[in-house]
Design a protein around this ligand. Structure first.
Ligand code: ATP
Ligand code: MG
Length: 338
């Protein structure tokens, strides 16, 4: 069976943007493929990646919450779905070290994420530099071929491919090389990447680190509060509803949210509203969609117990440790460590 691997950092509560742009598409993809018998889906919590930057509140709490998010978003758990914490599978750290000795300073220093994340920092921790190599270990340990990720991570997939090919060239076919990013995009079926905009400054994307509370909807916002945020979203003075991210980013964002929240094609929402002039009506409709989505999501979330999450992790980590240690052993043998 081929493996699809996915994870989302669990440093804090997520936004509606994270949900619609990352979590929900992953859940839909997982549900589609895990039931097919053709693929297995590994969902892992990259908690070792979390600690390269500040974690708000309690990391343990955040980890459990992230897994509940997947379940509340409708993830169907079956025998082909494995959920585990990175830090509970020691092979990730161990293979990372071995790959550190295969990757070069040149290629790792070229990573844009590293350049961006370290920019302006007086002292940057080594984890920020090295995390793409840990990411390569996350992928290669499970012979994962498909890794649904945002565009900002594509360079790391290419790095993983290069490291795997170099390793194999030196030692024989030990690692499965993940498919190239162009193929990944086709597989995900999201070529036109989803980008939910900041509600007050729709030229920017919605980010959880933005300070202004009315800029973003958090998954734990009271539904009525979320509705108010939509009602106060910035629009424009053109006075006619049209999907045009450049000229009318605020209105376009609302149309996009309406489509995604109700799981209907964007084109349908665009045709329903095109040419109408009352922005207030559109806002009321979107506010209603978002608040009922949140109410439903939060009700499901509240029903999931910590025990249920830990039971899933126990099962997933038993599986992950078995697969990962076997692959690690091959890599250790290649170097003569075993
Ligand atoms: P930060 O402000 O800390 O960077 P963020 O909200 O940008 O937080 P990330 O942790 O960087 O979130 O990203 C988590 C996932 O959510 C990624 O897969 C990213 O592509 C996706 N994502 C983030 N923001 C949006 C958005 N506004 N619309 C769609 N997807 C998003
Ligand atoms: Mg971000």
């Amino acid at each position: 069976m081929k493996t699809i691997l996915t994870g989302i950092r669990s440093n804090s509560v997520l936004t509606l943007g994270n949900y619609l742009g990352a979590l929900l598409p992953m859940v839909r993809l997982a549900n589609k493929w895990s039931g097919s018998g053709e693929y297995q889906v590994n969902i892992f919590v990259p908690d070792l990646h979390s600690i390269i930057s500040d974690v708000d509140g309690n990391l343990q709490e955040n980890i459990v919450r992230t897994i509940k998010y997947y379940l509340a978003a409708g993830l169907l758990v079956n025998d082909n779905v494995h959920i585990y914490r990175q830090s509970h599978v020691p092979a990730h750290s161990e293979l990372c070290w071995i790959l550190n000795c295969v990757a070069t300073m040149g290629e790792t220093s070229r990573m844009i994420q590293y350049k961006e994340k370290s920019k302006g920092q007086e002292s940057c921790n080594v984890g920020i530099f090295d995390y793409p190599i840990l990411m390569a270990a996350d992928i290669l340990l499970y012979s994962a071929e498909y890794i649904p990720l945002g565009e900002d991570q594509f360079q790391h997939i290419e790095l993983t491919r290069n490291i795997a090919m170099r390793f194999n060239h030196r030692f024989g076919e030990i690692f499965t090389v993940p498919v190239a990013t162009a193929e990944q995009v086709k597989f995900m079926g999201v070529s036109d990447g989803i980008r939910i905009r900041d509600l007050l400054n729709p030229e920017k994307k919605m980010s959880k680190s933005t300070k202004a509370e009315n800029s973003k909807i958090m998954l734990d916002d009271e539904p009525e509060r979320a509705a108010k945020k939509i009602m106060s979203a910035t629009t424009d003075s053109l006075g006619i509803i049209k999907f045009d991210m450049w000229a009318q980013p605020g209105i376009s964002n609302l149309l996009q949210i309406e489509a995604l929240v109700n799981n209907v094609p964007l084109q349908d929402v665009i045709s329903t509203w095109a040419g109408q002039t009352r922005y207030g009506e559109l806002k009321r409709k979107v506010a209603e969609s978002v608040s009922s989505m949140l109410a439903e999501f939060q009700a499901k979330f509240a029903e999931i117990s910590d025990e249920e999450v830990y039971a899933l992790l126990d099962r997933g980590e038993a599986y992950a440790n078995q697969v990962a240690s076997a692959k690690l052993f091959e890599a250790q043998k290649a170097f003569g460590l075993r």
